[in-house]
Design a protein around this ligand. Sequence first.
Ligand SMILES: *Cc1c(COP(=O)(O)O)cnc(C)c1O
Length: 487
Amino acid sequence: MTTGPGRSGLIMEEPLLWEKGQPGRTAFSLPDQDVPERSKEIDANLLGEAPDFPDLSEIDVVRHYTRLSGWNFGIDTGMYPLGSCTMKYNPKINEKMAATPGIASSHPLLDDELSQGSLQILFELQSFLASLTGMDAVSLQPAAGAQGELAGMLAFAAYFRKNGEQRNKILIPDTAHGTNPSSAALCGFKPVQIQSGTDGIIDPQVVAELMDENTVGIMLTNPNTLGLFEESIREITAIVHEKGGLVYGDGANMNAVMGIVDFKRCGIDIMHLNLHKTFSTPHGGGGPGAGPICAVEKLRGFLPTPHVTRKDGAYYLEYNCPESIGRLHAFFGNFGVLVKAYSYILSMGAKNLKKASQLAVLNANYVRESLRNDLYLAYDKPCMHECVFSDKWQQEYQVSTLDMAKGLIDHGYHPPTIYFPLVVPGAIMIEPTETENKDDLDQFIAVFKDLIREAKEDGERLRQAPLRTKVRRLDETQAARKPCLTG
Ligand SMILES: *Cc1c(COP(=O)(O)O)cnc(C)c1O
C-alpha cells in the first residue's frame, strides 16, 4: 500500500470535562480567608443558581484541550480536497496582519476620524473586489456566502418593489448549492428548478421556455458545482434581461476564474464572493467568514448599509442610503476576515491571483486525468477548479463513495465532498486547489488508486473504514442535530 501522510500513533482517550471533573479540584489557590464567611443564601440571592461547571485542576484542562487539538484535521495538517469549499492554504502573513495591534484593537464604536486606517482597508478591499469581478459596487456587509445570497435576493425584491412589479418565481439550476433555493425562499420567491443538460451545463433554450414576466430572474453558479464553465452564460443572461429579470451570480467557485472572467460582461447583476474560500481566510466548522456582494450600477442603491466611501481624502461610513435593504448585522461583521483577504490580495497582486486560478484549474485537471481510468467521470470533458467522479464502477464490488471517503481518512486525507452535486449519483467531488504541489497530488492519487484496487480485491475492509481513527462510523445526522455538549 502506498503510504499516505496519515499515521496511527498515540491517540489519547479523552472524556468530557464533566466526566473528568471531581468535586473540590481547582486550578488555583488563594490565601486563607481572613474575613467571616458570608451566608450561602446571600450568595444565592446575588448570583442566582451556580452554573454546572465541573471542578478541574489546571493540568486536567491543559491536557483536555491539547488532546482535542490533536484530533483536529485542518489544511495545516494535510490535503483537504473538499470540492466546492476551496480549502486552500491560508498564508500566515494574513494572520500577522490581522493581529497588528492597530488593527486587532480598533474599536467599532470609534468615530470615523479615529478609524481612518481600518476604513481605508475596507475601502480598498471594496475596490479590489470590484476590479476582480468587473462589477461596479461592492458591499462587504454579508458575513457568509449564504448571507450574500440573502442580501442579493432582498435587493432584487427591493428593485421590483420600486418598479411596482410583482414577481415571485426564480430559476435555479439543479446543480446549485442548497443555500440558493433557501435564500430565495426566505424572500418569498418560489424556486423553479432548471435541469442541466447532458453536458452538465445549462441550455439557454430551457431558460427561454421558463423565463416570463412573473419570474424574478435566475441564480447561476459559474463555474458550476460540477466544475464546468457555463459556456452559454451571456446568452442565458440576455434571455433573462429581455424579460425584465435579474441575474444573481453565486461566486463560490471564483477560485477558478480570478482576474480571468468579467462577470459584468457575462450579464451578472449581483454576485457574492466567499473570502473564506477564494481569498484564503481560514474556514471550516461554521465560520467566521465573509461573503461580500458585488453589484452593477443600477442596483448599487439597494446594497446593505453601511458602506465605506471617501470624500475630500477622508474615509467614512455611509448610512444614508434610502433605498438600501439595511443592515445585516452589528458593526462591520468579521472585520479580521476582511483584513486577511485584503492582505492576501495585496501579497499576491493581480498577476499572481490570475496565476493561482490557472494552477487551481491545472491541478484539478491533473487529478481528473490521473484517476479517469479508476473512477467513473460523470462529465468527460476538461474541468475548471474541481472534478466530479462517482462510484458507478465500484458498485459491482459493493463499495460505495462513502466507503472510499472513509478509507481515505485512514491514510491521512480529509475526504472530498461526497454525494453533491445531487445530479451525479454517488458523486465524489475533488478540489485540490493551487496550493498542493505535484508530489502531494501524486501521493494522493496513488493512495486513491490503491483504495480502488482494494475495493476490487476485498471490499470488506473498506466497508469497515476508517479503522485507524479514534471513532469509526458515526451517525452523522444525529451528531449534527443532537450534539452532546455537556456531561
Ligand atoms: C460554500 C458555498 C455557498 C455558501 O457559502 P457560505 O459562505 O458557506 O455560506 C454557496 N454556493 C456554493 C456553490 C458554495 O460552494
